[in-house]
Design a protein around this ligand. Sequence first.
Ligand SMILES: Cc1ncc(COP(=O)(O)O)c(C=O)c1O
Length: 450
Amino acid sequence: MTTPTTLVERDQAHWLHPLHHPSAHQTPLIFESGHGIWLRTVDGKEYIDGLAGLWNVLVGHGNTELADAAQQQMSTLAYASSYVGASNLPALELADRLAGWAYPSLNTTFFTSGGAESNESAFKTVRYYWRRLGKPDKVKVISRQHGYHGITLAAMSATGMSAYWPMFEPRVPNFLHIPAPYPFRFPAGQLRDGETVGLAAARLLEEAILREGPETVGAFIAEPVQGAGGVIVPPDDYFPRIREICDQYDVLFIADEVITGFGRTGEWFALNRWGVQPDIMSFAKGVTSGYLPLGGIQISDAIREVIMSAPSGERWMHAYTYSGHPTCCAVANKNLDLLLRLDVAANAKTQGRRLLAGLQGLQAEFEIIGDARGLGLMAAIEFADPQTKQPAQIGEKVRQACMQRGLYTRLIGSDILAFAPPLIMTSEEIDLMLQIVGEAVAAVARDTSR
Ligand SMILES: Cc1ncc(COP(=O)(O)O)c(C=O)c1O
């Protein structure tokens, strides 16, 4: 092996990246700095960060208030254990601030370092809860196709995107998937007379619970808007019916708000749009705007009571070294100040409408866009024949064309281009993004019609 010299060679020689395959890492962008919605590479190129990092950099890049908060906490007390019997000021302040904010019945937080750890904590808490209530067989977790819940073993097993599974089989038993409320691709054969997609997709949950036996089903987990699986926005009648079904069969409802939490959809927490409260909520990403790793679960008062009233031999024996990390929590506290001061949820609502209207305009203009969808500042266009829904297989070309014009974003599968920029986007910045997407689609459409 020759000694690697360039940055790319050094990276390729020694770094195994997430979702690694060398074919996809021949010419990586090496990011060096960021400011607001912009990212800059070592060779001086600038890109709009169309996915806000990985859906998480809510306040944009280069925020010195967050950097100062980290610096201050690190020089005061960078780390301390938070195992039972110990606590620290930033974490207890954060738990206090989060209490009841997302949903009135969620007043208790356990901290993790990210989304998969949060969902692992949720799954274990579900088992714990039912075991304490004398129902130890309620261990099955139902999730949806196209759902993404992280890729530790149990979270990967809940994830409903089969591309993540094959080389890591067998999956953890007792995780099942049902179809998603995906209006563009919901199979017509699944609809009963007069039934809406939302109610049909919810009925599939009820049928799955009955098929498995309610005495074996512990929880249902869902992202309010499916993100990594394709930005799938459920119809308005879906989640209210899901809540009823969970209540009817004693199934806990876990909301995975790792992407949707903290303003992304135009609500501070997404299920409020439908007036629905979960029993457990997972969060991560936006809680620190991605400046430091932090996540967590919030549990309902009922679950809390079961934990608090346990005899010591049945304690909730779950823990992470970095749970309640003082520096991460200090950054989160400052980030919450910023999110509230900038009122990013309201901005996501306003700018999200502008983004969606623009994408729908492009759909009307270009035949190859089969669907344009979004809620708040998470949106996508899907390249497919509008009638047959056959994928157009041009997503990568459009993504490249966007990159050439200064927009960096992510392709989902072969044909879904996702947009989830920082929540500080202005109207002018949305328009610039739309202009780039329009030019990129036009260029690819011209090429493919030749
Ligand atoms: C909805 C959802 N849940 C969980 C995760 C996993 O989070 P992490 O990558 O921090 O483990 C993600 C990551 O994208 C996500 O989008």
